[in-house]
Design a protein around this ligand. Structure first.
Ligand SMILES: C[S@@+](CC[C@H](N)C(=O)[O-])C[C@H]1O[C@@H](n2cnc3c(N)ncnc32)[C@H](O)[C@@H]1O
Length: 293
C-alpha cells in the first residue's frame, strides 16, 4: 500500500467512520485488513487521520496517550477486564470494537486461567496455608474474582508492582481481603523474595522484557519456588491477530514470542527440560511458560 492510496481511500473511509461515530460490527474486518496493510512509513499519516479518537476517552486512545506514562498500566487492564465502554456516543462504538480484538479477549481469558490455577491450588491445600507471589500485579482482579468464588481461602499473597498508583488502586479494591495480601511497591528485577512460594504467577509483564532479562528473571525467581510448586509466566504469542492495530493505534509494542522461544529461555535458565511446559488461554494468543519444581 502506498501513501497515495492511504490518503484517498483511507481518509474517505475514516471520515465516514467518524460521521457514524465509529465502526459497526460488519465494518470491523475491513478496518483490520486496511490497518494490517499499513507499512511503517504510513503510520504517522494514519494516526493523524485518527486523532479524534486517539485520546484517553477511548481505550485505544488511552493506550496511545499513556496517561500513566507507560503501556499496560493497571487502569487500562482493568478497563479491559470490566469491558468498559465510554457512554459518550463519539467514543462508544470504538470501545465496543476494541473489546472484539482477539488480544483483548485473550487478556480476559488469562484472568480466567489465573483464577482456575488459584482455585486448584487452594483446593489442594487440605486446609494448610499456601504462598503465592504475583509479579507485576496491576489491578489484582484475578485474585479479587477468586476470593469472590471460593468458600474458604487458604492462600496468602505477596503482590509486587512498580507503580504505587496501581498498588493504591488494588488495595482499595481489596479492602475486604487485605488480611491475606501484602503489597510491595518494588521493581521485580531488583527485588529479592524473603520466602519461598507454592506459586509464582506473572501475566502481562514479561512481554516487556528483553530476552536476557526474561532468562535472568526465571533464574532468579525459580530459586524461590517450593518443591512441588510452580512458576507460571505469561507472554503474548507471535500469532496475535491484533498486533498491528495495537501497535498502530495503541502505540502498544510487546515482545511477542513463540512457545519454542519460551522453552529455550527456561533451558537457558537451567530448568530441567522435564519440568518445562507451555500452556495457553483458549485463543492461544497468551502463552504461559509453566515451570514445575
Ligand atoms: C499489563 S499489567 C498486568 C497486570 C496483571 N498482572 C494482570 O495480568 O492483570 C503490568 C503491571 O506490571 C507492572 N510493572 C511493570 N514493570 C514492572 C517492574 N519492573 N516491576 C514491578 N512491576 C512492574 C505495571 O505497573 C503494571 O501494573
Amino acid at each position: 500500500m502506498n501513501l497515495i492510496y492511504i490518503d484517498s481511500k483511507l481518509e474517505e473511509l475514516i471520515q465516514k467512520l467518524f460521521e457514524n461515530n465509529g465502526p459497526d460490527p460488519e465494518e470491523y474486518e475491513g478496518i483490520l485488513k486496511l490497518i494490517d496493510a499499513i507499512d511503517p512509513g504510513e503510520m504517522a499519516t494514519f494516526r493523524e487521520f485518527m486523532q479524534p479518537i486517539l485520546n484517553p476517552a477511548t481505550i485505544i486512545g488511552f493506550s496511545f496517550t499513556k496517561p500513566f506514562g507507560y503501556n499496560g498500566d493497571f487502569f487500562i487492564i482493568e478497563k479491559i477486564y470490566q469491558h468498559y465502554v465510554n457512554p459518550d456516543e463519539k467514543y462508544k462504538k470504538w470501545d465496543e470494537f476494541f473489546h472484539t480484538f482477539p488480544a483483548a479477549i485473550a487478556v480476559v481469558n488469562r484472568k480466567t486461567l489465573a483464577k482456575e490455577v488459584l482455585t486448584k491450588l487452594n483446593a489442594g491445600t487440605d486446609g494448610a496455608t499456601k504462598n503465592v507471589m504475583i509479579l507485576g500485579s496491576g489491578p489484582v482482579t484475578e485474585v479479587y474474582e477468586y476470593f469472590n468464588q471460593i468458600p474458604t481461602n487458604n492462600l496468602i499473597f505477596d503482590l509486587l508492582d512498580l507503580d504505587n498508583r496501581s498498588i493504591a488502586y488494588a488495595k482499595n479494591k481489596h479492602r475486604k481481603n487485605l488480611q491475606f495480601m501484602t503489597f510491595h511497591n518494588q521493581n521485580v528485577i531488583r527485588y529479592t523474595p524473603e520466602k519461598k512460594y507454592d506459586l509464582i504467577w506473572s501475566a502481562g509483564l514479561f512481554d516487556y522484557f528483553k530476552d536476557k532479562h526474561f532468562v535472568f528473571m526465571i533464574k532468579k525467581y525459580y530459586e524461590f519456588v517450593n518443591e512441588g510448586g510452580e512458576m507460571i509466566i505469561g507472554n503474548f504469542n507471535v500469532e496475535n491477530p491484533s498486533r498491528k492495530i495495537m501497535e498502530v493505534l495503541g502505540d502498544w509494542f510487546l515482545y511477542h514470542r513463540e512457545a519454542e522461544e519460551l522453552i529455550e529461555f527456561a533451558v537457558r535458565a537451567g530448568i530441567p527440560f522435564e519440568n518445562i511446559e507451555v500452556i495457553s488461554e483458549p485463543l492461544g494468543i497468551n502463552l504461559f511458560l509453566k515451570l514445575k519444581k
